[in-house]
Design a protein around this ligand. Structure first.
Ligand code: IMP
Ligand code: MG
Length: 184
C-alpha cells in the first residue's frame, strides 16, 4: 500500500493534505520530554501520572516509557467538546480516579491546550486534593488561552491555530489512530 492509500484506509477516505508533525518528529520530542521529566523528579518518590482521556492516551503511553522513575498511571475523563470543533466552555468530570493524590507528585498529561477551559477547571480541583507537586505536560499548546491558571511545565510543540487530528486527537471520535498529527 502506498502512504496515501494507507492513510485513506485509516481515515475511511479522508485525504490528509498536510502533516503537521510526523511520526519521527513526535517520537523525537516525546523522548526528549521523557528525559526532561526524569531529570525534574529527583526525590525518589513515585509520580502519579494522570492522563486526560481520551485525547492523551497515545501520548501518555509513549511518554511514560521514557520516564525513568517509578510511576503510577491513572486517568481523568473530562468532556468539553461535543461533536463540533469549537469549545463549549462546559467542562464535566466524568471519571475521577481512586488514586490518592494527597502528598504525591501529580503529573497531568494533556493532548492539547486550546481555549484552556479544561485546564482552568481541572487544576483548582486537583490542587484542592493537596498534592506534593502538580505539573502539566501537554503535547500541543495553541497559546491562545487568555488566562491559564497554570501553564504546562512541558510542551511538546507550539501548535498552529488549526484543528489538529491524529496521535490520539479526534474529530467527532475519528482519526485518533493516525500515527502522525495533521491539520483537518
Ligand atoms: P480546551 O479546554 O479548549 O483547552 O481544550 C480541551 C480539549 O479539547 C483538548 O484536550 C482536546 O481533547 C480538545 N481539542 C482542542 N483543540 C483540539 C484540536 O485542534 N484537535 C482535536 N482536539 C482538540
Ligand atoms: Mg477531544
Amino acid at each position: 500500500m502506498t502512504r496515501t492509500a494507507e492513510v485513506r484506509a485509516r481515515t475511511g477516505g479522508l485525504d490528509v493534505r498536510k502533516i503537521t508533525y510526523t511520526e519521527a518528529d513526535i517520537d523525537k520530542r516525546v523522548r526528549a520530554m521523557g528525559k526532561e521529566i526524569t531529570r525534574a523528579y529527583q526525590d525518589g518518590e513515585e509520580l502519579l501520572v494522570l492522563g486526560l482521556l481520551k485525547g492523551s492516551f497515545i501520548f501518555l503511553a509513549d511518554l511514560v516509557r521514557h520516564i525513568e522513575r517509578p510511576v503510577q498511571v491513572d486517568f481523568l475523563v473530562a468532556s468539553s467538546y461535543g461533536s463540533g470543533t469549537v469549545s463549549s466552555g462546559d467542562v464535566k468530570l466524568v471519571y475521577d480516579p481512586d488514586a490518592v493524590m494527597e502528598g504525591r507528585h501529580l503529573l497531568l498529561v494533556e493532548d492539547i491546550v486550546d481555549s484552556g477551559n479544561t485546564m482552568n477547571r481541572l487544576i483548582p480541583l486537583l490542587e484542592q486534593r493537596g498534592p506534593k507537586s502538580l505539573e502539566i505536560v501537554a503535547l500541543l499548546h495553541k497559546h491562545i488561552a487568555p488566562n491559564l491558571v497554570k501553564e504546562p511545565r512541558w510542551v511538546g510543540f507550539d501548535a498552529p491555530q488549526e484543528f489538529l487530528i491524529g496521535y490520539g486527537l479526534d474529530h467527532s471520535e475519528k482519526y485518533r489512530n493516525l500515527p502522525f498529527i495533521a491539520s483537518l
